[in-house]
Ligand binder design. Structure first.
Ligand code: NAD
Length: 372
């Protein structure tokens, strides 16, 4: 099966959907691999690090490519250059980039949306949101540690004792848990909050303190995602978080709602009450942000001296590991649905993972959430 991996726009995205390790795995399946020259360079994988991949000058797939691997959603121009009837695996951001779906259907592409991998034990190894969120949570703490004017651990010296920094993690999903673990390893005093009550035990097991704020009924969806709060609950949450934000040197926000804009949890007033030199890392900035005043791809310094860091996808700061994880998720998907007799991908329509992820097929938008 002829498989083409795209080179991502080097100004926007250092990660790549095929690494030297996954190229070996896909070769073993019987894929014939093609990629544009320099596809892995952003992740420090030069062409020579790959075996069994033909690197070519052209940046678009040839007409006989059947399988297309990509990381960021394709542009309309990239879709126009796709071979009719190919299978595409990529992030597709369908809740915000719905305009791409008729274009993909128009080219008869079977579009597999990696964000829609279900949260089941079986599909865990294919879950790109989790693998990337883990790295983002780690990177958020390193960014905060570099920006605050203090160290994270307690330090006793003949000159005196330095108190540990206080880190407050808001939203304890995959990224938040990793942020807590990383901040604890670096010696910070860590507090955390999430609206899903099941999280309390996980926070405590990492040695952090769970902040109790009574919001009444909150719950979670059957996929494990948070439910949207009422305006009154959000107001209560802000009130409960105000004092902790004011006492923290670093606040890391990761609170997201799947398929919907993220809630604003830290208002301008709460930011103003924080100490000069303190830092907020808003990992939800690309979905609307948890912090009033945060801006995507910018560090905003407030008049009171608080730095709000709004870099989406902080996993890009560790692109080699991020690519390894992403590409491995993709390889797991392909291995799972591979028919070794025909050396091709087989996507049974009644399969749970297929039903959740295939957005377009046979010239139509087929996913119930996006069908018009
Ligand atoms: P996410 O990225 O959608 O959200 C991040 C966190 O923000 C969540 O914990 C959510 O509860 C929280 N949040 C939302 N609104 C909030 C608010 N107002 N205040 C504070 N926190 C708020 O979630 P995620 O990281 O993808 O994961 C959510 C859960 O799903 C986790 O428990 C995770 O372990 C679980 N999960 C399971 C699987 C699987 O079973 N295969 C895979 C991935 C994640």
């Amino acid at each position: 099966m002829h498989c083409f991996t795209y080179r991502e726009d080097p100004d926007q995205e250092p990660r790549v959907a095929l690494t030297p390790g996954t190229a070996e795995r896909l070769n073993r399946l019987g894929c014939t691999l093609f990629a544009p020259t320099g596809a892995g360079l952003g992740s420090h994988f030069p062409d020579r690090a790959y075996t069994g991949v033909t690197f070519q000058d052209r940046s678009t797939p040839s007409p006989d490519a059947r399988l297309l691997l990509k990381l960021q959603p394709p542009t309309p121009e990239e879709i126009a250059g796709m071979p009719d009837g190919a299978v595409l695996l990529s992030l597709l951001d369908p809740f915000r980039r719905g305009e791409l779906l008729p274009l993909l259907a128009g080219k008869n592409i079977t579009a597999i949306c990696l964000e829609m991998i279900p949260r089941s034990t079986l599909a865990q190894k294919m879950d790109v949101l989790s693998s990337q969120a883990n790295l983002a949570g780690y990177a958020a703490v390193l960014q905060a540690a570099q920006e605050i004017p203090t160290i994270l651990p307690m330090m006793s010296t003949p000159a005196g004792t330095l108190k540990p920094a206080r880190v407050f993690v808001v939203g304890v999903g995959v990224a938040g848990l990793q942020a807590i673990a990383t901040a604890k390893r670096l010696g910070a005093r860590v507090e955390a909050f999430d609206t899903r009550p099941v999280v309390e035990e996980q926070v405590k097991s990492l040695g952090a303190k769970f902040v109790k704020i009574d919001l009444g009924d909150t719950g979670q969806t059957d996929q494990g995602y948070a439910k949207e709060l009422t305006d009154e609950q959000i107001a209560r949450q802000r009130e409960g978080m105000k004092k902790i934000c004011a006492q923290s040197q670093a606040v890391i926000t990761t609170a997201k709602l799947f398929g919907r804009p993220s809630p604003t949890l830290i208002t301008k007033e709460m930011v103003s009450a924080m100490q000069p030199g303190s830092v907020i890392v808003d990992l939800a900035v690309d979905t609307g942000g948890n912090v009033e005043g945060s801006r995507a791809n910018e560090n905003v310094l407030t008049d009171e001296g608080v730095l709000i860091c709004g870099h989406p996808a902080l996993e890009r700061t560790v692109p080699q590991h991020a690519s390894e994880m992403f590409a491995s998720n993709v390889a797991h998907f392909l291995e799972h649905f591979w028919n070794s007799d025909s050396a091709s991908l087989e996507l049974p329509e009644d399969d749970e993972i297929v039903r959740a992820t295939v957005l377009t097929k046979n010239g139509q938008v087929v996913h119930p959430s996006f069908r018009k």
